[in-house]
Design a protein around this ligand. Sequence first.
Ligand code: CTP
Length: 403
Amino acid sequence: MSILSGKNILLGVTAGIAAYKTAHLTRLFVRAGAQVKVVMTPKSMEFVTPLTLSTLSKNPVVSEFISHDEENETWNSHVELGLWADYFLVAPATANSLSKMVKGTADNLLIATYLSAKCPVYIAPAMDLDMYKHPSTTQNLDNLASFGNIIIPAETGELASGLIGEGRMAEPETIVAFMEQHIQKSLPLYGKNVLITAGPTYESIDPVRFIGNHSSGKMGFELAKQAAGMGANVVLIAGPSQQSCDDFPIKRIDVTSAQEMYEAVFQYYDQMHLVIAAAAVADYKPVEVASQKIKKSEDQLTLTLVKNPDILAAMGKVKKQQILVGFALETENELENALGKLKRKNLDAIVLNSLQDFGAGFQKDTNKVTFIDRFENKTTFALQSKKEVAKDIINQILTIYHV
Ligand code: CTP
């Protein structure tokens, strides 16, 4: 899945021949799962029509502060557009528009929107080679970069003038790849390895029965998705669960028993920067698994159980660079029990789930948690969706620790 999926991209088109490539560019953004809106300078409409771009972007295209149709006049708010955008790309950016952007000459909707945007702004210049090399242009580009804008360098090739040289707008595929990489690198968990355990474990009794629990795996899957969205390389080790993370760049390893989860975890643990154990691991398993289905004969059946390995405690014992976070699901003496686990398992933080809280716990879409760090500072979050809880947990980890 592209990092641009679900993002709002505002495409600013200025009057260069490369404007014809913005039709393809718009398509690529839409294909990446982004919402696209287009703002054009009046002159750019001589190179590509608003109809083309509105059809491809599935949104109206704006170019004037006030749009007129048969009956109404509509005020196109540059402020709203600027705030709507997660990313603003000006492509092609002509020498004239670069100069206006440097000076803040807001004589058209595009430049006014540029001045209103709070999001990262990408600029893909396009012009003839001598214009591109001119000190006025290079200085304008340097100035724009010094304001925090990101310049997507022009390419060398055949130009509209027939000359060959540097000045051609980067190809649409290159622009999209450039933005994806740039965004990826600016994410808080970029380059970090994150391991999440999720779901229940099933401990076999015989070939058809097992001991399990009601964990759905939702919390762990949301944590994995959130970490992936923040740029991490995520390994998700999941017990039996109906949850899916197919659309995310997550390495998912399915396991069944606690022993299998333990083995999978320790294949990756050494290289990890952050580990969050959200799995509801069965504490005990049958001492032996019957090779045939156990028949109904006696009135009472006794199963002898032995302890499973405590995966989190084992990780705590050999912890090096890893930030290690556990969960505690409690029904009584919540804080005391959670703090006990934090210390005993040598954790950096523990997320306390109280089953006394309405809307929290297994099988639910919502959760209410208290985050306790290794200095015993406690932060309680409101009851919210598990997706929001996952975001809060990872942000809290990043606020306190250097992952
Ligand atoms: N955990 C684990 N391996 C186990 C048991 C638990 O990795 N065999 C992890 C869970 O993923 C969770 C944390 O330990 O992050 C706490 O789990 P919990 O079941 O609440 O605690 P236990 O240590 O099993 O204690 P108890 O069941 O007595 O409350």
